[in-house]
Write a new protein. Structure first.
Ligand code: SIN
Ligand code: MN
Length: 266
């Protein structure tokens, strides 16, 4: 899986790129099942909304075989290597639930704001790459992106410890308004299996989900090895300190794993 020059140019210009249906139905079904089973576990890596619904499950690539494979998948790793021109390690891995009826807001923010302030990441050379596990629609709390805002650099942010169960360095309304005047807002939508990559400084957020449709998304944050973090303040399961370069697995590794699990169950 290689990005075309046009895709790379689009990414640099807009700050994001959507790759529809990069994973097939068998791969998606496996990941959905495994995500739901992780949400049902009570472990420190699974964070809940204030109302108890799952919000995010961290570091599943370290304790779940399906997500271990996804975390080293060539369809995700190779495009980011192409953009950064070097090998990558996993800075963060999370499965965000945005549960039906109860999934809460993610306030406007830039991810690099948090990686820099909380983790001591030197430069915005880490990429968020998200894999849709459910269909993402305009109505079930899709990610809202402000195109071109990655060019605004590292913006002033305030530490919001109140709004949700997850502390976040968030942007004020005037800053968001100014950037939206220039770039507008897009909400990339698509079937489960689609992949959205976006720049660490791209301004984004999402609203709550009051529909019956869940919106699970896995996020890999792939950091250039030379840009590893230097001052971690968050637990290891949120900001990893293993900077070993990722060696991609075979392209069909998820399908093979799905089949071997099925055989074992028969
Ligand atoms: C994030 O910005 O880190 C998550 C947003 C979302 O899942 O809607
Ligand atoms: Mn974010």
């Amino acid at each position: 899986m290689e990005l075309t020059q046009k895709q790379i140019d689009d990414f640099h210009e807009q700050g994001w790129l959507f790759l529809p249906e990069l994973f097939g139905p068998e791969e998606v079904a496996l990941m959905k099942r495994e995500a739901e089973s992780i949400y049902s576990e009570h472990r420190p890596e699974v964070w809940r909304e204030k109302n108890g619904a799952p919000r995010t499950a961290f570091a599943a690539h370290t304790y779940n075989e399906t997500f271990r494979i996804l975390g080293s998948h060539p369809r995700l790793v190779r495009p980011v290597e192409q953009i950064f021109g070097e090998q990558l390690y996993m800075h963060q891995f999370k499965i965000n639930a945005k549960a039906a009826f109860t999934g809460e807001v993610w306030q406007w923010h830039q991810d690099y704001g948090t990686w820099k302030r909380d983790d001591g990441m030197p430069n915005p050379r880490a990429m968020n790459i998200s894999v849709f596990l459910d269909e993402v629609m305009t109505i079930n709390g899709p990610l809202l992106l402000v195109p071109k805002s990655h060019n605004a650099g590292d913006l002033k942010a305030g530490h919001d410890l109140e709004t949700t169960s997850y502390p976040l360095w968030t942007l004020d309304n005037d800053t968001v308004t100014r950037l939206v005047d220039d770039g507008g807002i897009v909400a990339p939508t698509g079937k489960a299996g689609g992949v959205l990559m976006f720049h660490g400084n791209l301004v984004h957020g999402s609203s709550g989900n009051i529909t019956p449709y869940p919106r699970k998304i896995v996020y890999l944050t792939l950091n250039a090895v030379s840009n590893h973090i230097t001052k971690p303040t968050r637990p290891e399961f949120i900001a990893h300190q293993d900077f070993t370069p990722i060696e991609p697995v075979a392209d069909d590794a998820l399908v093979q794993h799905a089949r071997s699990m099925k055989q074992a169950a028969e």
